[in-house]
Design a protein around this ligand. Structure first.
Ligand code: GLN
Ligand code: ZN
Length: 765
C-alpha cells in the first residue's frame, strides 16, 4: 500500500498563537508553564489535524519554540560557555542563544549580558536558523530528550508519529567554529556526535517509534569530499547499531544526483527526494535506490502555495510505483510545510477566483492524501475533476496576463541598466551636494514599530479612522523620528517607515498582479513571522508608492533623507512567486515598477535613495553551474534597471543582511553606498573580502535583533578592527539592519553610542 507522509507542519498556529506566547513570556506577561501549555496545545492541534486528514506518516519534533536547529544545539549541549554562566533554565538558555539577553540583576537573579548566536538563512528560503557554534571546549552530551518527549506526547493522544531530526552531517556542516576555536573543522566532531544520535534514536525506539525522518538537506549542495564521506560514515554507523527505528533519509530543495555516490547503498530504509524542485532527478534516483529501499516522493510543494496538479503528480508517483512497487513508494510533501501559511480557510478577503489557485499547509494535507488514494486505485474522481478544472482556469485567468508589461520587459536594454557615468565620476558630484563628514552615520530605514503605530494602522484598515487622520498620525511619527535623528546627530536620515506593515507587502499592495492574505503568516525567525504577498500575474505600478512620506520627511529637515524602497530581488524572493513564468521575468517586471518609483522620488527632490536587497544572496541557486551564473547576471541587472534612471548626483544606497555575500555580486549592482549586516561576523577574513570593494560601504556595527545595547567603547573597538583593513574614506557607520523590531529605549541608546563613536574617529582623522 502506498503511504502518505508529511515532513513537518508549521508550528506557529493558525492565529500566530506561538508568537503571542513567546513574546508574552519574554515580556513577563505569561509564565513558563503557560508558554509550555501553548506549545503543547499547538502540537496536539497539528497532530490531530493531520490524523483527521488521513495522513499516514505524521511528523513529531517538528515543533520548536524558536528554531529546530537551535533545539538540537541545546539537546547536544552545543552551548558556548558564555550562555552557561548565568544558571539560566534550558528554555531561557535557548532564547538567550537565539536572541541574546541583557537583564539587570534582581534580588533573585544575576545580571545577564550576552549576544545572540549567528542567524543564517535556511538554504534558499526566508527561514533563518541559529547557527550551531562549536568550540574546542564543547562537551557533547544529551541535555534532556525533546524528540522523545514529543513523540510520547503524541503517542499518549493515540497518534503514532515519525520523529524528525536534522541529521548529524547537516547539523555540523551548517555550523561554524566559535571565535575561540577558529581552526576547528565542525565535521571533525562527527565521531563525538554520532553516539548521541544513537542514544536519542534508541530512546525513541524504546518509546515505541518504529520510524524516524533524518533530514540531510546539505545533500542538495555542492558537498566537499569530507562531507560526502561523513554522510557515508554516519549512516553506515547507524546501520551497525541494533534496535534503532527505521530511517528515512530526507533531502529537499534540490537535486541530490551530484551526491548520489554518498547516498547509494546506505543502510537506510527510505530515501526522500524533492521532485517539485528537481523533477529531473527521477530516473537517476530510481536507478540508484536499493532493492529494499522505499522512495518517498516529494510531490506536494512545501515552499509555495499553488494548488497541486493532481494529474501531473499522480503520473510521477505512478512511474515510481511501476518501477518499485506500491509497498516501496510514499507520497509526501516536498519538504516540511514550515514555509507555507497554515490554512487557506482563514483567508476572508481573497477574490474567490484567486483563492481557488492556492493551497496552504492544511490544504496540502488533503493533497497528499488524495494523490495517495488516487495512485492506490481508490475513487477520488470528484476531487480530480475539480482539481483539473481549477488548474485549467488559472492558466486562462484575466488576473494573469498584461501585454503592456510583457512588451516593456522585452524593451529593456543595456542603457536602461547602466548609470550614465562610473562611480568615480559620480562621487565628486554627490560630495558637492551632501558635503558629508568622514564616517557618515545613517540607519537602515525602519524605526521601532510601536504598539501605537500598529493600533493606528489597524484602526485605519478597519475604517475606524479616516485617511486624513491616519496621514496626520503617520506624519507625526515621521516627525518624531526625524527630530530624534537630528538630536543625536545622524548625518543621513530616514523617515522611519511607520506606514509600512512589511517591506515587501507594503509595495506589493500597491502593485498590480499581486494578491494578499490576511492571515498567511510564515515563520522567518524566532517570533518574527512574515506574510508573503503572492505574485499571481504580470506586475505593474499604477501610481507612486512611497513618495508622499519621503517628501514629507525631507520637507521638515535640512539634512538629507533617504527614500526607501525594497529591491526587485527581495520583492520577488519574499513573495510567493509564480510557477508559470521564470524568476527573471518576474524580477524584471518588478525592476521596471521600482524604476518608475526611483525616478518619481528623485523628481520630488529626494537626493538619496536606498533600494534594499537583503534577499539577494538567498536567491542564489544552491549549486554552482549555469543557473547560478545566470542568476548573478540577471539579479544585478534587475537592481540596475531599477536604479540607473537617476542623475549622477543622486546617491543610490543598497542594504544586505543575513548572508555571506559575494563582494563581486555586490559590485555588480553598482550602488554608490552599501550597508551590510556584519555585527555577528567577528571575522577578519570577511572584512578582508570587501577590501577591494570600489564604492562606499557601511559594515553593520550592532545587532538589531537583540535588545542589547552596545557601549560607545564597544563601537570604537569594532570600528578600529574594521579600520585595520578598511579605508576611512569609504567608511559609513550604521547598524546591521532596520530597527523596527526594537523598542525606543534601546534604539535611542544604541544609536547615540554609535554616533559618539563616529565623532570620536572624526577627531582622530
Ligand atoms: N529598510 C528596511 C528596514 O529598515 C530594511 C529591512 C531589511 O533589510 N530586512 O526595515
Ligand atoms: Zn536588513
Amino acid at each position: 500500500m502506498v503511504q502518505s507522509a508529511v515532513l513537518g507542519f508549521p508550528r506557529i498556529g493558525p492565529n500566530r498563537e506561538l508568537k503571542k506566547a513567546t513574546e508574552g513570556y519574554w515580556n513577563g506577561k505569561i509564565t513558563v508553564d503557560e508558554l509550555f501549555k501553548v506549545g503543547k496545545d499547538l502540537r496536539t492541534q497539528n497532530w490531530k489535524l493531520q490524523k483527521e486528514a488521513g495522513v499516514d506518516i505524521i511528523p513529531s519534533n517538528d515543533f520548536s519554540f524558536y528554531d529546530q536547529v537551535l533545539d538540537l544545539s541545546l539537546l547536544f549541549n552545543v552551548i558556548p560557555d558564555r550562555y552557561t554562566k548565568y544558571d539560566l533554565s534550558p528554555i531561557d538558555t535557548l532564547f538567550a542563544m537565539g536572541r541574546g539577553l541583557q537583564r539587570k540583576a534582581t534580588e533573585t537573579e544575576k545580571a545577564v549580558d550576552v549576544t545572540a548566536l549567528e542567524m543564517v538563512k535556511w538554504f534558499d528560503s526566508n527561514y533563518h536558523y541559529v547557527r550551531p557554534t562549536f568550540s574546542k571546549t564543547t562537551q557533547f552530551k544529551l541535555n534532556g530528550q525533546k524528540p522523545v518527549d514529543e513523540y510520547l506526547e503524541a503517542k499518549e493522544l493515540g497518534i503514532q508519529t515519525r520523529p524528525v531530526l536534522l541529521g548529524p552531517v547537516s547539523y555540523l556542516f551548517l555550523g561554524k567554529a566559535d571565535k575561540d576555536s577558529l581552526d576547528l573543522e565542525p565535521l571533525s566532531l562527527l565521531e563525538q556526535l554520532l553516539p548521541l544520535y544513537t542514544e536519542i534514536l534508541s530512546k525513541l525506539a524504546a518509546a515505541g517509534a518504529t520510524e524516524v525522518q533524518i533530514d540531510e538537506p546539505v545533500l542538495v549542495l555542492d558537498l566537499p569530499a569530507n562531507a560526502q564521506a561523513a554522510i557515508k560514515k554516519a549512516y553506515t554507523y547507524f546501520g551497525e547499531q541494533s534496535n534503532l527505528p527505521k530511517i528515512t533519509l530526507a533531502t529537499y530543495f534540490g537535486t541530490v544526483v551530484p551526491n548520489l555516490d554518498a547516498i547509494k547503498g546506505l543502510p537506510v530504509a527510505a530515501l526522500h527526494v524533492d521532485f517539485v524542485r528537481a523533477p529531473e532527478q527521477f530516473d537517476d534516483i530510481v536507478a540508484a535506490i536499493g532493492d529494499k529501499q522505499t522512495l518517498s516522493v516529494g510531490i506536494v510543494d512545501g515552499r509555495n502555495i499553488w494548488k497541486n496538479d493532481f494529474k501531473k503528480s499522480s503520473a510521477i508517483v505512478n512511474k515510481a510505483i511501476e518501477k518499485l512497487g506500491a509497498e516501496r513508494v510514499v507520497v509526501a510533501t516536498s519538504s516540511s510545510l514550515l514555509h507555507t501559511p497554515v490554512d487557506l480557510n482563514n483567508e476572508t478577503k481573497l477574490d474567490a477566483e484567486i483563492k481557488g489557485f492556492f493551497s496552504f499547509a492544511t490544504q496540502k494535507l488533503d493533497e497528499v492524501v488524495v494523490i495517495t488514494k488516487n495512485v492506490s486505485g481508490q475513487d477520488v474522481a470528484a476531487a480530480l475533476e475539480a482539481n483539473a478544472k481549477s488548474v485549467e482556469s488559472r492558466g486562462k485567468s484575466k488576473f494573469i496576463h498584461d501585454s503592456a508589461v510583457k512588451a516593456r520587459v522585452a524593451s529593456i536594454d543595456e542603457k536602461m541598466s547602466t548609470r550614465a557615468v562610473p562611480f568615480e565620476q559620480r562621487l565628486p558630484e554627490q560630495q558637492k551636494v551632501f558635503n558629508l563628514p568622514l564616517f557618515p552615520t545613517t540607519t537602515i530605514g525602519s524605526f521601532p514599530q510601536t504598539k501605537d503605530i500598529r493600533i493606528n494602522r489597524n484602526k485605519f484598515n478597519k475604517g475606524a479612522i479616516s485617511a486624513e487622520e491616519y496621514e496626520k498620525f503617520i506624519n507625526s511619527e515621521i516627525e518624531k523620528v526625524i527630530r530624534f535623528q537630528e538630536e543625536i546627530g545622524l548625518d543621513v536620515l530616514v523617515h522611519g517607515e511607520p506606514e509600512r506593515n512589511d517591506m515587501v507587502q507594503y509595495f506589493g499592495e500597491q502593485i498590480n498582479g499581486y494578491a494578499f492574505t490576511v492571515n498567511g503568516w510564515v515563520q522567518s525567525y524566532g517570533s518574527r513571522y512574515v506574510r508573503p504577498p503572492i505574485i499571481v500575474g504580470d506586475l505593474s505600478r499604477p501610481k507612486a508608492m512611497s513618495v508622499k512620506e519621503s517628501v514629507y520627511a525631507q520637507s521638515i529637515t535640512s539634512k538629507p533623507v533617504k527614500g526607501m524602497l525594497t529591491g526587485p530581488i527581495t520583492c520577488l524572493r519574499w513573495s510567493f512567486p509564480r510557477d508559470d513564468v521564470d524568476q527573471k521575468t518576474q524580477a524584471m517586471q518588478l525592476a521596471l515598477a521600482l524604476r518608475d518609483e526611483v525616478n518619481d522620488l528623485e523628481a520630488a527632490g529626494i537626493k538619496v535613495i536606498q533600494v534594499d536587497e537583503p534577499a539577494l544572496r538567498e536567491g542564489l541557486p544552491l549549486r554552482e553551474g549555469a543557473e547560478r551564473s545566470a542568476y548573478y547576471t540577471w539579479a544585478a541587472e534587475a537592481f540596475r534597471v531599477a536604479t540607473s534612471g537617476v542623475a549622477n548626483k543622486t546617491q543610490i544606497h543598497s542594504h544586505f543582511c543575513y548572508s555571506d555575500l559575494d563582494p563581486n555580486h555586490i559590485k555588480a549592482l553598482d550602488a554608490d553606498v552599501v550597508s551590510i549586516e556584519f555585527s555577528k561576523k567577528d571575522d577578519a577574513n570577511y572584512i578582508a573580502e570587501f577590501k577591494n570593494y570600489p564604492n562606499h560601504i557601511g559594515l553593520g556595527l550592532f545587532d538589531i535583533h537583540s535588545p542589547r545595547i552596545p557601549s560607545k567603547d564597544e563601537f570604537i573597538a569594532k570600528i578600529s578592527t574594521i579600520l585595520k583593513s578598511y579605508p576611512a574614506e569609504k567608511f559609513w557607520v550604521n547598524p546591521d539592519c532596520g530597527l523596527k523590531t526594537r523598542g525606543w529605549e534601546e534604539t535611542r541608546l544604541s544609536l547615540t553610542h554609535m554616533v559618539e563613536a563616529a565623532k570620536y574617529f572624526r577627531e582622530q582623522y
